[in-house]
Write a protein that binds this ligand. Structure first.
Ligand code: FES
Length: 166
């Protein structure tokens, strides 16, 4: 794994060569691609590290306040480090009626964290979302970007146990 990637229990060091590759090579340093650059940076670090945002601001000539405005406007961006594995439980109406609230409580208790938080070992982040657009197959869970329709508590336990066994 490259040194600049986030690893368990530590914040990543921002690699400016990698940032240059993203900002200049991948997106041609175009301001209008700023959000896509931020998405790529977040995919790499699992959040938006402050030094990366300041560097983006400097290279693009966009005020840092504008970049933070974008980073805080979109719920998909995070300014705090996230766990290596992301678990999203839908708590929209259809999923709630199929028991997703109990699933959230179960996972929160099992991991010892509140919804929205990350485990101290940086392995898991538990988040709730309001409707993933798949109500017909509720309750829906997304684990590491993969959708699980008609999810069960047993599946959630499996995800956690699999990661803990790594
Ligand atoms: S409410 Fe969960 S997918 Fe719509």
């Amino acid at each position: 794994m490259p040194e600049s990637e986030a690893t368990c229990c530590q914040e990543p060091e921002v690699d400016f060569v990698v940032l240059d590759r993203i900002i200049r090579d991948e997106f041609g340093g175009r301001r209008e691609a700023m959000i896509m650059m931020m998405q790529t940076i977040q995919r790499r670090y699992r959040y938006l590290p402050e030094p990366a945002l300041y560097y983006l601001s400097q290279v693009l000539g966009v005020p840092i306040t504008k970049i933070y405005e974008v980073a805080t406007f979109y719920a998909s961006f995070s300014l705090v480090p996230k766990g290596k594995h992301l678990l999203h439980v839908c708590t929209g109406t259809a999923c709630h009626l199929k028991g997703s609230g109990g699933m959230v409580r179960h996972v929160a208790a099992k991991l010892g964290i509140a919804p929205g938080a990350t485990t101290p070992d940086m392995k898991f982040t538990l988040e709730t979302v309001n409707c993933l657009g798949a109500c017909a197959v509720s309750p829906v869970v997304v684990f590491d970007d993969k959708y699980y329709p008609q999810a069960t508590v047993g599946q959630l336990n499996e995800f956690i146990e699999k990661v803990n066994a790594e």
